[in-house]
Each structure stands twice: as C-alpha cells, then as structure tokens.
Design a binder for this molecule. Structure first.
Ligand code: SAM
Length: 280
C-alpha cells in the first residue's frame, strides 16, 4: 500500500482534535523540518525505528517511507483511534498505547539490530526520557530528537560554559552529539513559546571515559553541579570521605580542589572519581 503524507492541519480538523498542553502537544507542520529530521537520523531500509509521541503521524509517515519498520509509543487516548484509522493498515506501522517513561524498550527492540529512536519529544518529559534511554543501556544506535533549544545547548555544552552541567556530562559520557538544526515556533501547531533544536545523539560502543565506579562518578557530577558556585572541595564533601582521605584523593588526582565542577572535562571527572574511589 502506498504511503500518503499526513497533513497535520487537515487531520486535526477532520477529527476535531483538541490539543493537550499537559501532554506537550505541538505538532509539526513544516515539511523541511520533517525532511531534516529523517535525513539527520540517517534512516534507511535496515532500520527499526522507535518513535515516541507520534501525534497524528506526520513524522511517522516520513519515517515509514525510509525505514524497515516504525513502532510508535503514544500516551494520549484520543490519538490512538486516529492513528489506527489513518496508519493502521500499513504493515510497517506498529502502535503501542503507553507512557514512554513506563515501557521496557528491550521488549520492543527484541532481536532487532539497527535500532534508532526518532522523536519530536513532549518537552515536559524530555530530560527523564533521555536519562532513561541512555542509562538503561538499550541498544539504540542513535537518538534523533527535537527538544527545547536550551536543553539541546546544555547537552552539547563544553566545560567553562554556562550551559555545561550534569546533563552535558551524562549525555557525553554515552554519546557523540550533533546539532542538526534549529526550529522556530512557526513550524508547529500550536506554536510553543520556545525555540527548538533537532539534535542527534550517537551512542558510543563504550562510555567515553572508564571509571571504577559509575555510580560514584554520577554522584560527584550531581553534587558538583547542584552546588555550582561551590568549589569541588566543598561539593565532594557529601560523598562522605574524611577530610584526610578527601585531601589524599585530590592530591592523587592532581586536580585543584578550589576548582568548580563546571571547569572539569569528562576525563578529569574520571580521574577525580577513581582517586576518590581509591581513597574511600
Ligand atoms: N510527533 C508529532 C509531531 O511531530 O507532530 C507530535 C509531537 S508532540 C511534541 C509530542 C507527542 O508526545 C504528543 O503526541 C503527545 O501526546 C505524546 N506524549 C506526551 N507524553 C508522552 C509520554 N509520556 N509517552 C508517550 N507519548 C507522549
């Protein structure tokens, strides 16, 4: 069966669909953005695509034109019959009615090899979704996601920038990041109040840095950025080492305890983590 483009405005009208602000519903209207997302994700016929939040299926159809299969996860009860009616007959299409924060992606992925996630994410859950997708070790090759501009800038930030924080370290620990394009509010219906960015996260085979204790790394990172203005000496106190041992750890690491977390590269976080681990 040939794929027919979904026209967002026409479907919204046809089904008298009411947008839900609380579900972060801003549907895409702009063909050039759809094309840039599909190209940016480098979708090809071997790919099994998972899309979070298909809306009325506008991006879904473009993905189906290039991919082997597209499985969508949608939470909104009102969108399920629309998607079933409009896309249900396509073999490549599968719909899961659930909350993306609750699904076990391993069950969806199964034995699939070339798995890519593509989504215009609902902005209210962007960060928890990204954290879930990365930390749970699912075998995604890449995540190509449209997110709020400021969040994309935080993900892509380098040390010594205002935007550099715990999210930058977390994402860069697992992925290479690449900004695909900026998208302005006019490209959506209804228009969001913020600018958006399409960003691609390519999962690394191994995390970028090796540490003896991953949980300790993220505890140090979180403590450091929760207390951004504090020195590393003060923020790492929460880890629970005696003063003497903490001093030993900093001496061992060669990192000045008067520095702040926002100045540390990922490699330096790894050195500090292992030094603290060894002096515990
Ligand atoms: N993909 C469509 C597009 O680009 O036009 C819609 C994108 S809209 C920004 C976000 C979509 O995510 C909506 O369809 C919304 O109902 C859905 N959604 C919101 N929260 C969700 C959740 N926790 N799990 C799955 N889908 C969710």
């Amino acid at each position: 069966m040939d794929l027919i483009d979904v026209k967002t405005k026409e479907l919204v009208k046809k089904y008298n669909f009411r947008f839900s602000k609380s579900l972060g519903q801003n549907f895409l209207l702009d063909d050039s953005v759809l094309e840039d997302i599909v190209n940016g994700a480098d979708v090809n016929e071997e790919d099994f695509i998972i899309e979070i939040g298909p809306g009325v299926g506008t991006l879904t159809v473009q993905l189906m034109k290039r991919a082997k299969k597209v499985t969508c996860i949608e939470l909104d009860n009102d969108l399920i019959p629309i998607l079933e009616q409009e896309l249900g007959e396509y073999q490549k299409f599968q719909l899961i009615h659930n909350d993306a924060l609750k699904v076990d992606f391993n069950e969806i992925i199964g034995e699939e090899q070339s798995v890519k996630l593509v989504a215009n994410l609902p902005y209210y859950v962007t960060t928890p979704i990204i954290i879930k997708l990365l930390k749970q070790g699912y075998k995604f090759k890449s995540l190509t996601i449209m997110i709020q501009k400021e969040v994309a800038e935080r993900i892509d930030a380098e040390p010594n920038c205002k935007a550099y924080g715990a999210l930058s370290v977390l994402v860069q620990y697992y992925c290479n990041t690449k900004i695909i394009r900026k998208v302005s509010p006019e490209s959506f219906m209804p228009r969001p109040k913020v600018d958006s960015i399409v960003i691609r996260l390519d999962r690394l085979e191994e995390p970028r840095i090796k540490v003896k204790d991953e949980k300790l790394l993220f505890d140090i990172v979180r403590a450091g950025f929760n207390m951004r203005r504090k020195t590393l000496w003060n923020s790492t106190k929460v880890i629970g080492l005696s003063k003497e041992n903490l001093q030993k750890a900093f001496d061992k690491s060669g990192i000045d305890p008067k520095r702040r977390a926002e100045t540390l590269t990922l490699e330096e976080f790894a050195i500090l983590t292992d030094s603290i681990y060894e002096c515990k």
